[in-house]
Write a protein that binds this ligand. Structure first.
Ligand code: SF4
Length: 340
């Protein structure tokens, strides 16, 4: 069995199977998730004989950090290698009042968003819950301070790896100690899974990569979206917000002369007005090999005004990490990830 990614109860059972009392399992969990241990020999308060048994009966794999690059604003992008040699990216984003880690949930992605560098490679495989938690703790180790927030916004579509993502959410909450409310799941909008997520009653923040206010344009930008019509998606989001009391964030990537007109802004207002929601505008960052362009600042401002005048709380994403291509939709441009 791989111990990293196992919950305390499973580790208690492992200890019992090896002839030790259950509290030994809790000690292992403490070493893995709170002391960030990378191997069994680091677990110095376990008897040496028990450590030998653990090594024989289980594995402990932690991602290898292959490379990292830091931008002037402090955002650091990490290239990590998994046990089978696959590579993913994660980002550490320090703010004055919090430390956020952006995790990947899949190797590659099947959503095929037209603006995303990850899309070209397609999906290779899902990450396990342990591999997702590992990103949080590996980056915490590099940061030297506690991670306070986790955004599932890196490579992959989280809701297409639903079970492992939910497993990782529960582990990050119960084992690492980060509150559910400090975690954000970002999705292109897999409507049935949003309804399922609502039924879990987890208090997670939901972010929808909307990027277009009508189905025709959305299908062009996010081919996977054609399976999930906007009206149905927005209805599921409204229901999620009402059931959880959590405001839904609509991410809107602004692409020059594609989705940034005042007509688009008014349509967007029509779609989400009256719901517990806010909009995050993301002026496009250049991705190598993509034809899209970033709108002029005046266009962004005018788009934002339409939303604000309609009473919709609107922010503009501060482009941390741009210089190292770690802003969303960019982890893979020179290698990574999505606005999804
Ligand atoms: S933007 Fe997100 S959902 Fe879309 S292809 Fe890229 S990683 Fe996948």
């Amino acid at each position: 069995m791989e111990v990293f990614g196992a919950a305390t109860a499973e580790l208690e059972r492992l200890a019992a199977d090896l002839g030790e009392p259950p509290y030994r399992g809790r000690q292992i969990a403490g070493w893995l998730y709170r002391k960030n241990a990378g191997n069994f020999s680091a677990m110095t308060d376990l008897p040496a004989e028990f450590r030998r048994k653990l090594e024989a009966a289980s594995t402990l794999f932690r991602a290898r950090t292959l490379a990292r690059s830091q931008s002037a604003d402090g955002t650091t992008k990490f290239l990590l290698e998994l046990s089978d040699g696959q590579r993913i990216e994660s980002a550490l984003i320090p703010y004055t009042d919090r430390v956020t880690v952006c995790v990947s949930t899949q190797v590659g992605c099947a959503a095929d968003c037209s603006f995303c560098a990850t899309a070209a490679a397609g999906l290779t495989r899902n990450l396990s819950g342990g591999e997702i938690v590992d990103q949080v703790l590996t980056l915490q180790g590099h940061a030297g301070e506690r991670v306070t927030n986790v955004v599932f916004m890196g490579m992959g579509e989280p809701l297409l790896n639903y079970d492992e993502v939910i497993k990782s959410v529960r582990l990050i909450n119960s084992e690492v100690g980060i509150a559910m409310r400090k975690m954000t799941i970002s999705t292109v909008g897999i409507t049935p899974r949003i309804r399922k997520l609502q039924s879990e009653n987890l208090q997670l923040t939901l972010a929808i990569s909307l990027h277009a206010p009508d189905d025709d344009l959305r299908r062009r930008l996010i081919p996977l979206a054609q399976r999930y019509p906007l009206n149905d998606l927005i209805a599921a989001c409204r229901a999620y917000a009402e059931a959880t009391g959590r405001r839904v964030t609509y991410e809107y990537l602004l692409l020059a002369a594609v989705n940034d007109s005042l007509t688009h802004a008014r349509k967007l207002v029509g779609l989400i007005k009256g719901s517990l929601a806010n909009v995050n505008l993301i002026p496009y960052n250049t991705v190598f090999g993509k034809d899209y362009k970033r709108p002029q600042a005046g266009v962004v401002k005018a788009f934002r005004s339409v939303l604000q005048d309609a009473g919709i709380e609107t922010t503009e994403r501060f482009e941390r990490g741009h210089a190292v291509s770690a802003a969303c939709g960019q982890l893979s441009a020179g290698a990574g990830s999505g606005v999804g």
